[in-house]
Write a protein that binds this ligand. Structure first.
Ligand code: CNA
Length: 257
């Protein structure tokens, strides 16, 4: 094994190598390491049928009265829970979704003892559905819910499939999903664990994220190794920092590594 040379690095990232060649490189990194960490976002779940935010068919490009970032903000939720839940039921809850090839392969790599953690910005629970155990949910999950007033837990299934705004059985307060809304801080303990995994990873695979949402995206600055692979359909602001950039569907890539 050896470190990636500067010339090779330029070739991998500048598009001088075909996609198959790049996938071969990633397969080699994965085969040789038992300290891999994955950091992902909404693009990991698009092949399961859940739209992301920023793709051409993502939520930003659909007709809606407000942009997703506004609807998914704390101010909006507090002022207009009816409209929040209209969006939640129509767009965040997608029935019948199943993990795709990326989720399944990541779960397999964990079982093989190669992958240490999945760090995700997603709120859909699909990594756990695929069998991944060590999943750090930076933005929470719509598969958990609680009362905003007395904080009693509430069945997520009921929240996700009710008419209008769900109310607490205990005190009548408004129920909310256990997700991090815009304007809210991330869970510090989850952030610290994510940071620790990234700092100590040998191979960091970043996939299906535009890397535009902070502070989550800022975590990748803490990676200290020389095997940073970025698998994303579109370009990201971090492409030039990666050692390997693959602009391809993530399910397609993970079915080959
Ligand atoms: P984003 O900003 O929508 O970016 C998604 C990225 O994924 C884009 O750059 C796409 O090019 C890329 N992409 C889409 N499909 C694929 C694919 N099949 N293979 C590879 N790349 C693909 O989403 P981010 O996660 O970067 O933004 C963070 C937000 C979006 C987080 O707060 C999430 O909670 C939120 N979100 C989550 C979900 C979910 O849980 N499934 C869905 C929509 C939005």
């Amino acid at each position: 094994m050896r470190e990636l040379g500067e010339v090779e690095k330029q070739t991998y990232t500048a598009g001088g190598m075909c996609v198959d060649g790049k996938i071969d490189v990633l397969r080699g990194w994965i085969a040789a390491s038992d300290n891999i960490v994955f950091f992902g976002g909404a693009g990991v779940s698009t092949e399961s049928g859940i739209p992301d935010f920023r793709s051409v068919d993502g939520l930003y490009n659909q007709q809606w009265d407000y942009p997703p970032e506004t609807i998914l903000s704390r101010t909006f939720f507090d002022r207009n829970p009816e409209e929040y839940y209209r969006f939640h039921h129509a767009k965040l809850v997608v029935d019948g979704v199943k993990p795709n090839r990326a989720h399944l392969r990541l779960a397999g790599l964990e079982r093989e003892g190669k992958l240490k953690a999945v760090i995700t910005q997603n709120i859909d629970g699909l990594h756990q559905a695929a069998g991944s155990k060590n999943v750090l949910e930076l933005h929470g999950s719509i598969l958990r819910a609680y009362c905003t007033k007395c904080r009693a837990p509430y069945p997520a299934e009921r929240m996700n499939h009710c008419e209008g705004v769900p109310h607490c059985d205990v005190c009548g307060g408004i129920v909310r999903p256990d997700i991090v809304l815009y304007e809210e801080p991330l869970d510090q303990r989850v952030m610290e664990r994510a940071l620790d995994y990234i700092q100590n990873a040998e191979v960091l695979i970043i996939g299906g994220t535009s890397l535009g949402v902070y502070p989550a995206a800022g975590l990748i600055h803490y990676y200290r190794g020389s095997k940073l692979a970025l698998v994303n359909l579109s370009e990201t602001p971090y492409d030039r920092y990666a050692d390997l950039v693959i602009h391809e569907k993530i399910g397609e890539v993970f079915s080959q590594v």
